[in-house]
Ligand binder design. Structure first.
Ligand SMILES: Cc1cc2nc3c(=O)[nH]c(=O)nc-3n(C[C@H](O)[C@H](O)[C@H](O)COP(=O)(O)OP(=O)(O)OC[C@H]3O[C@@H](n4cnc5c(N)ncnc54)[C@H](O)[C@@H]3O)c2cc1C
Length: 474
């Protein structure tokens, strides 16, 4: 019996419960395992930086799966029709996937029903979270809205174990039992690993994830190495660094004190359980309290990721609807083209904002402290709807995440869960003095331009305007 593993945001081999179960069962029943990734055309389209990451990550995944004797095929379209089609042409008796928690969860439920009705066994697993969102709730049975209580509740549970992949098949499947993938590939011998990799490269190229011509992706390639191997390496070199100063230094954008694991976690190249267990193991042998404190703080950041996903599960329209309904009436200003462009390009005349926006454009990433400052500047000083900023980040971040991005935009804008109070408006100048006192971060991304750019707004006046707008909906 052939088993199909449907990869979604879990582009890894290690601690991948769906892949693990498919391989374990195939070893038991003597069947074969094939894999698919679908670039879905009926969900929110990926941003440009995310597409770049996905392209490279799929190439890495294909190679890793080939070493296990699992051929990966990549297609674009609607999963609703493609999965049943694949199941039928490859004569699959079982489908395996790791669960999703955003809007696609409903489509997954419908698809599962459809497959089961036609006699296909569907097996789903928790792969990208520490705890299922329905597993924890407040004493009143409601979803948590306060991070501290949420994280205490998650931390009280025993740490979820990771799963190891069974030993790879000693023989790759023979061509006699090769699956017949969609028409254009049927002539290929999928059992030949070189041919298989060449086919996969063509399929990935056909998705059109990379922008055409000379482009800004050089900056992404200079900073990032997508893929599972790089994710594991990044985790271990970060932990080897000791985390002693993490708690304080994580706020200083000029210091490389954070893990930079967010794009790897976003694409599921590493699981949160792997990160958690590696941290707990490190904490158990840590020699100083400072290191233990650093690890605990780092884990609570992983907790914010978890909190964002649980919040999305309970609020599927997180990217479009404010969680605080008063914000439907917030008198945001229609974004004025020149001002918005100045923000996007890092030409506002406020050095820390400009440095952050330039870092984002150059590298597909921005330091967390600066994300908060740039987002506050847009939604409060510029009085621009948070969804405009969310969309820009969605297009430009390599870690653009369906949960964390809207969750954090709502948090900064004041309409999210456990949000910063609206009246706390980050002053970009004092934030710069406090968190980039020597101006190293600003210098790195703006050079001398920071002092020369004319300011697009008056800070005190725009602050007062934002407060007045908030008063009007209170
Ligand atoms: C406006 C705004 C938009 C954001 N958009 C995203 C996004 O699209 N994707 C994304 O992964 N993060 C987002 N964040 C959260 C945070 O900025 C990044 O996760 C963090 O900067 C990644 O760097 P790191 O991996 O070095 O973090 P570390 O400090 O090493 O933290 C470890 C991990 O914890 C998680 N994490 C840390 N902070 C947060 C947080 N506030 N919310 C959710 N998870 C967190 C990330 O997975 C991160 O990799 C956003 C924050 C803001 C203010």
């Amino acid at each position: 019996m052939t088993a199909l593993v449907w990869f979604r945001d879990d582009l890894r081999i290690a601690d991948n419960p769906a892949l693990h179960a498919a391989l374990a069962n195939s070893a038991k029943h003597g069947g074969r395992v094939i894999a698919v990734y679908i670039l879905e055309t009926d969900t929110r389209p990926l941003g440009a930086a995310a597409k770049w990451w996905l392209h490279h990550s799929l190439l890495q995944l294909g190679e890793a799966l080939a070493s296990l004797g699992v051929p990966l095929t990549v297609v674009s379209g609607s999963a609703k029709s493609l999965i049943p089609e694949l199941v039928s042409v490859a004569a699959c008796g079982a489908v395996y996937w790791n669960r999703r928690y955003g809007v696609q969860k409903d489509a997954d439920r419908v698809l599962r029903q459809h497959l089961e009705n036609s006699g296909v066994c569907v097996n789903s697993f928790i792969g990208n979270l520490l705890v299922e969102p329905w597993q924890i709730s407040t004493a009143q049975g409601a979803p948590y809205r306060v991070f501290g209580a949420f994280w205490r509740s998650v931390s009280a549970l025993p740490p979820p174990p990771t799963v190891d992949i069974p030993a790879p098949a000693t023989e790759l499947p023979g061509s006699a039992d090769k699956p017949k993938f969609p028409a254009e590939n049927s002539a290929e011998d999928i059992a030949d690993s070189d041919v298989n990799q060449a086919r996969l490269s063509r399929e990935i190229a056909a998705l059109g994830l990379l922008p055409e011509g000379v482009s800004w992706t050089a900056g992404l390639a200079a900073r990032w190495q997508p893929g599972e191997a790089a994710a594991q390496q990044q985790l271990h070199s970060f932990l080897d660094g000791g985390l002693r100063g993490y708690e304080k230094q994580r706020d200083y954008p000029a210091i490389s004190a954070t893990s930079e694991l967010s794009p790897h976690l976003r694409w599921g190249e590493i699981s949160p359980r792997t990160v958690l267990n590696a941290c707990l193991a490190r904490s158990a042998v840590a020699r100083s309290t400072a290191e233990k404190t650093g690890i605990a703080k780092f884990l609570s950041e992983l907790g914010w990721r978890e909190f964002a996903w649980h919040t999305l599960f309970h609020n599927p329209s997180l990217a479009t609807d404010p969680l605080d309904s008063r914000f439907y009436n917030m008198p945001y200003l229609e974004p004025e083209a020149a001002g918005l462009r100045a923000w996007q390009r890092g030409e506002t005349g406020f050095a820390l904002v400009d440095a952050g926006m330039r870092e984002l454009w150059e590298t597909g990433f921005m330091h967390n402290r600066v994300r908060m400052v740039t987002a506050s500047f847009l939604t409060k000083h510029m009085l621009c709807d948070w969804r405009v900023g969310e969309a820009w980040f969605w297009d430009t971040l390599v870690d653009a995440d369906p949960a964390s991005n809207p969750f954090n935009w709502q948090w900064v804008a004041g309409c999210g869960v456990d949000s910063a109070p609206y009246f706390r408006i980050f002053n970009p100048e004092s934030q710069q003095k406090r968190f980039d006192p020597a101006g190293e971060y600003v210098k790195l991304w703006c050079g001398d331009a920071a002092e020369q750019t004319e300011r697009i707004l008056d800070l005190p006046a725009s602050r007062m305007r934002a407060l007045a707008a908030y008063q009007s909906i209170k």
